[in-house]
Design a binder for this molecule. Structure first.
Ligand code: FES
Ligand code: FES
Length: 174
């Protein structure tokens, strides 16, 4: 059903380098905008309540749960989804590492895991502390504990956690 005109608004987003101007019901989440309007179905809807991380995308360089965010909050923002990180012929290093280390089984959580993992290494590189950072003065290390803590919002029902951590460690070392 089409929403009444007074609940609709034009939203401008740059997604994976392409500019879009979309007329949306103002109640539309960023997740539904990506999946239903832009047909970028790589980003997954798991819980739709901010509990699982399957919908993680990168907005202006930081990861967010796209199910918890309305598209109208992102006027002019730059969004990167799993489709924008790499292609089958030219994988992002994190995508290649997930393949190498078998960091998935069903794969449903994987796009969110990979977007999150890429952002986690960037957070560590920038020195953004987490709950387990014990030294706020030195150079932050991409330790197993740092990575596990930061990935705790990305749930994997298949339990691929150790392999995901190995994939992240390889990219962090590189
Ligand atoms: Fe967004 Fe689960 S679908 S956190
Ligand atoms: Fe199946 Fe994570 S690989 S939920």
């Amino acid at each position: 059903m089409t929403a009444p005109a007074d609940t609709r608004m034009s939203v401008q987003l740059t997604v994976n380098g392409t500019e879009h101007e979309i007329e949306l019901d103002t109640r539309t989440t960023l997740l539904d905008t990506l999946r239903e309007h832009l047909k970028l179905t790589g980003t997954k809807k798991g819980c739709d309540h901010g509990q699982c991380g399957a919908c993680t995308v990168i907005v202006n360089g930081e990861r967010i749960n796209s199910c918890l965010s309305l598209a109208v909050q992102h006027q002019g923002d730059e969004v990167t989804t799993i489709e924008g990180l790499g292609t089958p012929d030219n994988l992002h290093p994190m995508q290649a590492a997930f393949v190498k280390h078998d960091g998935y089984q069903c794969g449903y959580c994987t796009p969110g895991q990979i977007c999150s993992a890429v952002s986690v290494l960037e957070e560590i590189r920038k020195g953004v502390p987490s709950h387990v950072t014990d030294d706020l003065t030195g150079t932050m290390q991409a330790s197993n504990m740092e990575m596990r803590e930061r990935m705790s919002g990305n749930i994997c029902r298949c339990g691929a956690y150790s392999n995901i951590a190995e994939a992240m460690a390889e990219v962090a070392e590189a």
